[in-house]
Design a binder for this molecule. Structure first.
Ligand code: HEC
Length: 87
């Protein structure tokens, strides 16, 4: 294998965001952002439809409190995580 190829492989392997599943990113965002105003909610407490609704509501609450709200993309990733863990 050429040295250049090995280098590229190394770059891919070391850049976790390339490899990370959206669900891991969702969990990370959840852990970073969803415990700021209250205790972490229990993912299994709600079903997927309820999570969709709650996430929109939380986005508005963050705006309202002049926090940087989650982007729609971030919200989607958190939703993906919560949906898998939901009841
Ligand atoms: C800007 C502050 C803030 C952030 C950040 C926040 N929440 Fe909330 N959340 C609230 C408030 C205010 C309530 C209602 C009062 C309470 O339960 O403390 C609430 C309530 C909830 C509830 C109970 C149901 C409801 O709507 O009252 C859930 C579930 C919830 N939040 C989930 C989340 C998730 C998931 C995130 C991360 C995406 C999040 N929250 C981030 C402010 C926030």
């Amino acid at each position: 294998m050429k040295l250049k190829n090995i280098f590229i492989l190394f770059l891919i392997a070391s850049n976790s965001s390339v490899m990370a599943e959206p669900i891991d990113e969702g969990k990370e965002i959840f852990l970073n952002r969803c415990g700021m105003c209250h205790k972490y909610p229990e993912p299994s407490a709600l079903n997927a439809t309820q999570w969709k609704f709650v996430l929109k509501k939380m986005q508005k609450r963050m705006e309202f409190l002049k926090m940087v709200p989650l982007t729609d993309e971030e919200n989607e990733k958190v939703y993906e995580y919560l949906r898998r863990m939901s009841k």
